[in-house]
Write a protein that binds this ligand. Structure first.
Ligand code: FAD
Length: 301
């Protein structure tokens, strides 16, 4: 099994996930997860804001199969929105519909999402729906469509590895979109498998949305993509307020600061909470070199 598949399989292991939650941030996860509580995450946002970096806050949560867990997640997200407003932070919300009950009862999930989006709307805070695996793709878009009829502060993610992202980028061009390569293991019937194909489609989608879309978040740690985007926006006179770069908290910190200093809008994706395990395993799947984070933590004890 390839290393990527191995870590993705670990990320999907519910037993390991529950065990990890009991022990707090471990194995190097503390370098890529901004704490477990709202005061901790607020502190980090303030530091990043001082460096001219905005944040998108993800209250981590996976394997939600009970309504009580979805309700607890919703209440946490509402508390984060309130904190962003009260502290006047430059930040918005990223959430996964599955966290709010997508796998339990779609109407219940919709009501939870609506409550979150409505409070955020009241405070003029944007809410991004993160995208997960293919099995959840269509119902996530359906939820987004339904909410967008009432609220304009919602947007989502387009994953370049899916064949159907070509259609979706057109369909959702009036939305604020984050464009990524895609983090899950997907079947060859629905998704490109090779890095070359994914990278090619990734650039194509970014360029389309920069030219025709509302606002583009280019979410990548890939310096080649970032350099090509810098050239593209220059050639096509795309103003800085039409796009931003995004990276995950803890990765390529110098590059994050450099991009902000160069005058580009920059947004750091800030995960926090006890449910760090699946998120951390997907980061190891993407880049096994991230294992260096783990070994450093183990040997520095
Ligand atoms: P890769 O293809 O992993 O790397 C390309 C090259 O960049 C590497 O070969 C290396 O040279 C360089 N590089 C990459 N990382 C580093 C590093 N840490 N240090 C030094 N060099 C490096 N996926 C989803 O499916 N759904 C989502 O909702 C989602 N949201 C995301 C939000 C953000 C802000 C980001 C950054 C990613 C998100 N992803 C999401 C994950 C995404 O789909 C990719 O799996 C992930 O970003 C890895 O691809 P990449 O574009 O960063 O570059």
């Amino acid at each position: 099994m390839a290393l990527r598949d191995f870590f993705i399989a670990l990320s999907e292991n519910q037993l390991l996930n529950s065990a990890a939650q009991k022990y707090g941030l471990r194995m190097g996860a503390q370098s890529v997860v901004a704490g477990t509580s709202i005061p901790e995450v607020v502190q980090t946002i303030k530091e990043l804001n001082r460096a001219n970096i905005s944040c998108t806050v993800d209250n981590l949560g996976e394997f939600v199969f009970e309504k009580s867990a979805a309700t607890a997640a919703k209440n946490n997200i509402l508390a984060v929105i309130q904190a962003i407003h009260d502290e006047q932070l430059d930040a918005h919300i990223s959430l996964k519909p599955s966290q709010l009950g997508q796998d339990i009862d779609i109407d219940f999930c919709y009501e939870n999402l609506k409550e979150v989006v409505a409070l955020a709307h009241q405070y003029n805070i944007f809410v991004n729906f993160d995208m997960e695996n293919y099995g959840r793709l269509h119902s996530s878009f359906d939820l987004l469509d339904k909410l967008h009829k009432e609220y304009n502060n919602v947007g989502t993610v387009i994953q370049a590895y899916f064949f159907e992202s070509d259609e979706n980028i057109e369909k959702y061009k009036d939305f604020r979109l984050r464009i990524v390569k895609g983090a899950y293991k997907e079947a060859e019937e629905v998704a490109y498998q090779s890095k070359a194909d994914i990278d090619r489609n990734y650039l194509k989608l970014i360029e389309y949305h920069l030219l025709h879309g509302k606002f583009t978040s280019i979410a990548t740690h890939d310096h080649n993509v970032i350099n090509l985007v810098k050239q593209f926006v220059k050639q096509h006179n795309i103003p800085n307020d039409k796009f931003e770069f995004q990276m995950l908290y803890g990765f390529r910190k110098d590059m994050q600061l450099d991009l902000a200093h160069e005058g580009y809008n920059f947004c750091t994706y800030l995960p926090f909470g006890n449910d760090w395990y699946g998120y951390f395993m997907r980061r190891l799947a993407e880049r096994p070199q991230n294992l260096a984070l783990v070994t450093k933590q183990v040997f520095n004890k």
